[in-house]
Design a protein around this ligand. Sequence first.
Ligand code: DC
Length: 221
Amino acid sequence: MISVAIDGPAGAGKSTLSRRVAEKLGYIYVDTGALYRTVGLKFINLGYDTELNCDIEEILSKTDIEIKYINGEQRVFLDKVDVSEDIRTPNASMMASAVSAKPPVRAFLLEMQRKLARGNNVVMDGRDIGTVVLPNATVKIFLTASVKARADRRYKELCEKGIETDYKSVYDDIEKRDYNDSHRDIAPLKPADDSVLADTTKLNVEQSLELLLKIVKEGIK
Ligand code: DC
């Protein structure tokens, strides 16, 4: 089986590009952030906040998460309910970030991610795919862009969606998330030693896609 691991900070275009790379290659796309978001939603539904003052392991033992591919698209199910849209709210993002720093949560999701890569050719994106989840991935890419480039893209996206915001808070938020993701004790965001760096600061989506496909084709030769 071939696995392409794509890690990188928030806002680098990982999901858009990973999905397109998977489509081109005919592999399945695994969005691992969706799994952390789904665990986050479970704790939201139970009434907890980001302090997570609860017995996390006990709750996880009563949590059922499944990934299904419907018409080639990844859908996530929490306790048999399709929550693929519900996990996209700002609240779910906050909780995903909080639960992702908890070792039992990472352990809970690890085998699910590895199993998908054992049974399928995958493009898997996240923060720790090349370093922890698939240390033997066929190709590892660390996808990044400057904070300014990522903030510009995110700001434009929010404006287009009609979501009111100011540029400074978008910029500060990206900086803060970078710091949190790369400074947590467990599975911090960092390039795997054998990853190829793809910097999209000066590239548009099509150029970035071209770059990634070139890296992947080199890697699976
Ligand atoms: O990529 P995303 O925004 O959907 O990820 C949601 C959260 O999950 C984010 O705060 C980082 C965390 N995450 C992680 O710790 N490890 C992964 N492999 C994927 C996501």
